[in-house]
Design a protein around this ligand. Structure first.
Ligand SMILES: CC(C)(COP(=O)(O)OP(=O)(O)OC[C@H]1O[C@@H](n2cnc3c(N)ncnc32)[C@H](O)[C@@H]1OP(=O)(O)O)[C@@H](O)C(=O)NCCC(=O)NCCS
Length: 147
């Protein structure tokens, strides 16, 4: 596997928006289409496509807003969607490591992620990658990864 992050463009967009969940499906993360629309109206959003060679295998969106009134939203992972056929191959880990590296470049000493607590949700993934569970916010668990 040769994983890399690239910016969204007209060529990769069709494959990126096919990554589950589809609009209307109940899931622990928003559809990519929704995230891209949010990125369009959020200057601090940092959406990236995860490629394995020339194949789109995921989507990650960070947010870099150090002035945010809410500490939880100053810097971290906002969305992460790995394509079904690419799950379990280290794509999610790669995305988190890349967001952490970008955060270090920007001078952050930690990043956050928020997740729904459910047996089949992403909590174990984030804990495995070193996030420590903190307080709850809007019914979700806030996780902090020290850099
Ligand atoms: C959660 C998700 C991002 C994980 O991505 P992934 O590419 O399959 O994860 P990785 O292969 O990088 O796994 C990294 C580690 O976490 C572990 N892991 C991943 N998902 C896990 C789960 N559901 N339960 C327990 N451990 C898990 C892996 O075993 C691996 O551990 P290892 O390094 O010891 O082998 C992916 O399953 C996904 O897109 N889920 C649906 C959307 C979602 O929940 N996104 C997060 C929203 S906040």
């Amino acid at each position: 596997m040769t994983l890399r992050l690239v910016e969204l463009d007209a060529e990769n967009l069709p494959a990126v928006i096919r990554i589950p969940p589809v609009v209307g499906e109940k899931a622990y993360v928003a559809p990519v289409l929704h995230s891209i629309a949010e990125a369009y109206v959020t200057p601090t959003a940092w959406p990236r496509v995860i490629m394995d060679d020339d194949e789109v295998v995921g989507f990650v969106m960070a947010n870099w807003d150090p002035e945010s009134e809410m500490a939880e939203f100053r810097g971290g992972i906002w969305r992460l969607n790995v394509a079904d056929e690419a799950k379990g191959r280290g794509v999610g880990r790669f995305a988190v490591e890349q967001v952490a590296a970008e955060a270090r470049r920007r001078g952050y000493d930690h990043i956050t992620a928020l997740w729904e607590q459910a047996d089949d949700g992403p909590e174990q993934f984030y804990l495995k990658l070193g996030f420590r569970p903190a307080h709850e916010l809007f019914g979700e668990r806030v996780g902090i990864l020290d850099l």
